[in-house]
Design a protein around this ligand. Sequence first.
Ligand code: NAD
Length: 499
Amino acid sequence: MKEIGHWINGKMVAGTSGKFADVYNPATGEIQARVALASEAELAQAIADAEKAQLKWGATNPQRRARVFMEFGRLINAHMDELAELVSREHGKTLPDARGDVQRGLEVVEVCMGLPNLLKGEFTDSAGPGIDLYSMRQALGVVAGITPFNFPAMIPLWKMSPAIAAGNAMILKPSERCPSTALRLAELFKEAGLPDGVLQVVNGDKLAVDGLLDSETIQAVGFVGSTPIAQYIYGRAATNGKRAQCFGGAKNHMLIMPDADIEKAADALIGAGYGAAGERCMAISVAVPVGQETADKLVAALLPRIEKLKVGPYTAGEDIDFGPVITKASQERILGLINSGVDQGAKLVVDGRDLKLQGYENGFYVGATLFDDVTPDMEIYKQEIFGPVLSVVRAGNYEDALQLVIDNEYGNGTAIYTADGDTARDFASRVNVGMVGINFPIPVPLSYYTFGGWKKSAFGDLNQYGPDAFRFYTKTKTVTARWFSGIKDGAALNFKALD
Ligand code: NAD
């Protein structure tokens, strides 16, 4: 059985704890490797080595650090297909989708190429008589990144890139379900010129995470994952005096107004609801058509599109629409939630429960599922399903639809489809959600903006990537400097004239 270890001090090393987790191929259901789970001692050594490496990296001038990112970006591009294959093999998403996963991470690397500009401080000349005031952004030291399974390239790149660009060292703990992509990225980062020890990829479970949260050396924790774990990590990191930003789960709604182009809205819902088997924190899982007529037209437009969707392994060609979900447990949970929807009275319009793929009977597949007449008291509405299940909640009018989104405990993303600019503006202004799409289903901001949800979708301060990430990963120091006048009067720098 293939063993996956850690990336420590610029090398792949085997784990020494004797503890492992199985890594599945979700497309076939087979165990394809086992990943080492770090012990406390392994983690402590990785942190201590990172602390030494950071001193030199933090003192390297910003332009030189930026050049490492330029080369890293080039290498990621050159290895795009290989990285995408690594993503698909452990995650199960299609190859085009996996390339998107790498691409959206690469875009954050591209922003880091301009790091000298992003790290510039501020200066006020003559804030008082002879007084100058200036601020500088300094690295924190060693920071931690803890990432989920669903974007094995993008989210590790979101974490490691700004942190390291700002002069920190990072301990990255990727998801134990998809560990290989982060390790390969670390190898490419070294090839690009990153000094050993600045990025340590430590695989592990709760033990390693708790070790990071309790370490006195770790200055900040950037987490992405489910809401209960985000809340737990935020609490423990903050209690230990660390900076923490912890991004959690989601339940994203899309409003479809009576004046919307129904065909376009249906196309958008298919991609946003079923792409990546619904395993995206920005997936649309709730469609909210306004008015019965809009709802009837929308469901009628969705049906033929869903019937055409092709589910299969990533190896079956580029026309596969989505692959399996991540684990057997996840598949069973999703099927259980679909059953609960039926039991609680939702109308099951398309049933994805019995999907069987010839030759892949043990893969973790769930077919595209559509519920109509869903109400907010049902489990399928209350829980983040994280599977290919779309719920239609019918709303009588715009205010009721908006209120539904406002009342939801999550606030990651939302969208509205309408032909009316006034409605769209009102929605964007009043909705209490971090990322809003107007006739745009998955509004993940580009890398020079920032990404972050509201309510239970994020705990802590500042967003991921973009300018916020540089604020999160640096401390501001402000200097007030006074130089007394008179010294220059005393010095005789002029040629003395002969007496
Ligand atoms: P998860 O919470 O199970 O795991 C995330 C990380 O936390 C992993 O590295 C895991 O090893 C670690 N972890 C798990 N249980 C832990 C525990 N008890 N103590 C300490 N650490 C623990 O999440 P997941 O299933 O890998 O990812 C899916 C979730 O991530 C979804 O809820 C999705 O919405 C969310 N997500 C959010 C965003 C965002 O930016 N808001 C982006 C992507 C995914």
